[in-house]
Each structure stands twice: as C-alpha cells, then as structure tokens.
Design a binder for this molecule. Structure first.
Ligand SMILES: [Zn+2]
Length: 318
C-alpha cells in the first residue's frame, strides 16, 4: 500500500500527515516554522517527513521499493517556468527553489502547490466534491484564493495560476462600486478587496461607520440587525457575480468554500438563488458546499497531490 505524506507549510507551523489510500491518518506531526530562515524551513520539512516515516506502523516503514510520496502545500506557488516560489506572504520562500531543495534533501520527487489548490484537491478527493468531476474550491479568509480540480487532478494551467480568481476584478461592477479599493497586487477592485473577511468589514464601515469584524457582522445579521443584514446582502450579491463569471468559463459541478467566511451559513442558501441573474444558461443548479475537512485541507490536499492510482481507486470502490 502506498503511503502519502502531506506537508502544510504555514507562516507559524509546519504540519505533516501520512494518509493511507482510504484517506485514514497513519501519523501526524506539527513543528514551529523557522520564520525568515529558508534553510531552517527546508530542514524542518525534512525533519517532519522523517519523523512521520519513523512513526508509521512497522509493516509500512521499510517499503524501499515505494517510499511515501511527499506533497507540500505552500503560501504562494511555484512558477512552472523557473521552479521558483512566488507570490507568497511568507516572503523568505519567494525566489527560492523550495521544491528542488527538498527533493535533494529527501532523495525523491516532491510536488508543490499553493494552499487553495490543496483545498481543491482535498475536497475533490474525499470531501465536499468527492462525487463531482469539476471542483472549484475557494479559500475566503483574510485573503481570497481558488483552485480547480478535474477528476481529482489539479488543473495548474500553463502559467501555474489556474483558479487564481482572487485577483480578477468584480464582475458587473456598479457605478457606486467602481473602481473599488486598491489591492496589494497593485490593481483596483480585485475580488479579494470585496470578498475577503477584512473586505466585508471595510464595506460595512463605509456604509454604517461601524467597525466590526466579519464574524461580528454575521452574528449581528443573525440577531436581526438590519444594517449588518444589508452588508451581507451586498456581499452575497458580489459572491454570486464572482461565481457566475467562473460558471460562464469553467462551469464546475460544485463550488466548495473554505476559510473563515465559509462558516457563514446563509451563503449556502442565499448565493445559489442569486446566480441565475448572472449565469448564461437556461437553468442554474450548481451547488455551493462548505469544505468538510476544515483546517486539515492543507495537509490532506498536499498528500493527495499524488492522486489515487486506477488500481487504488478500484480497490477503494470494492
Ligand atoms: Zn489583486
């Protein structure tokens, strides 16, 4: 049986998990991230992999013919042209050959993907999108990211930015919304500046003068506050527009939501009702579902960067 090790490289912790072909956890470990220390980060990733391997059940430890595969979820993404990490907020990784350096230290190939892509692979493999062919998964938290999985395989795209919907502009933008705030990427009106948790806070502040966090706005709306409800209605319409633009290009079988905003339950009933206003189709019934693996989507998706083989799939079904 093949063992898959997934590593979630975060700004504060490096978490690792070993999964069997059924997605069951065989071993798990978490170590602090050596911040601003690139070589320390590589060494810690290797330590997590080695320690997890040592903690595997004895019959799985010495399969030299097929050592565990290793996938790593990172902030940012590896450039398919140069192999260098780019666009990450853990800036000490940017401009580094992280994949090659970990491969050299471990002596086996590793796969790297950004955290939203890992969410997509995780949910497509054995989560909210397990019954779907085309999964568009998004992380909506302090930032906004997305990933596309087709038949449980990640669609990275020619430039390695497949699914990066956070930095496209808000579609069907109104006069009142135009041009939007400036994004950290330098452009105006990116979806991230409308849909991230802090963006909901900023929109609520603009309309009410009230400074509340995203989850406080959600709680106030649930308690019947009309201004908070209005802010969420604006938010839901923007999310519907953003999803409709994706539908008109990719037409996924499901949208999966992760990140802090995915806990806002009204999105799952209200946003689907708004989609027909914007989607170019005679019917719209694409489901929007909450991610089922929560905070584990990073490690699990990293492990599933090595997808199930046809043989494993057949064995899992029977
Ligand atoms: Zn942007």
């Amino acid at each position: 049986m093949r063992v898959r090790i997934g590593i979630d490289l975060g700004g504060t912790k490096i978490e690792g998990v070993a999964l069997d072909a059924h997605g069951q956890t065989l071993a798990r470990l978490r170590l602090p991230t050596p911040r601003d220390n690139y070589h320390g980060t590589v060494a810690t990733i290797v330590e997590v992999v080695r320690s997890i391997e040592a903690a595997l059940p004895a019959d799985l430890q010495h399969n030299h013919a097929e050592p565990p595969s290793v996938g790593i979820g990172i902030p940012g993404s590896p450039s398919p042209k140069t192999g260098l990490v780019r666009n990450g907020n853990s800036t000490w990784l940017n401009g580094r050959y992280l994949g090659k350096d970990v491969e050299a230290a471990l002596g086996r190939p590793v796969r790297l993907a950004n955290d939203a892509n890992c969410l997509s692979v995780s949910e497509a493999t054995d989560g909210a999108g397990r019954d779907c062919r085309i999964v568009f998964a998004v992380i909506i938290g302090t930032g906004v990211g997305g990933g596309i999985t087709i038949d449980k395989h990640l669609l990275e795209g020619h430039s390695g930015i497949g699914g990066e919907w956070g930095h496209i502009p808000l579609p069907w933008i109104s006069q009142a919304e135009f041009p939007g705030s400036q994004c950290w990427c330098g452009r105006y009106g990116c979806l991230e500046t409308w849909l991230a948790g802090p963006a909901l806070s900023a929109d609520h502040l603009r309309h009410t003068g009230q400074q509340l966090k995203a989850q406080e706005i959600t709680a106030a709306a649930d308690a019947g506050d009309p201004a908070a409800n209005a802010s969420l209605e604006r938010y839901e319409d923007r999310l519907a527009r953003a999803f409709a633009a994706i539908m008109n290009v990719l037409d996924p079988d499901v949208f999966v939501l992760g990140g802090g905003m995915s806990n806002c339950q009204r999105l799952y009933t209200n946003v689907p009702k708004l989609l027909p206003r914007y989607v170019f189709s005679d019917f719209v019934d694409t489901p929007i579902r909450q991610a089922v693996h929560g905070d584990s989507s990073g490690v699990r998706g990293a492990a599933w960067l090595w997808p199930l083989t046809a043989q494993e799939e057949a064995e899992n079904v029977t």
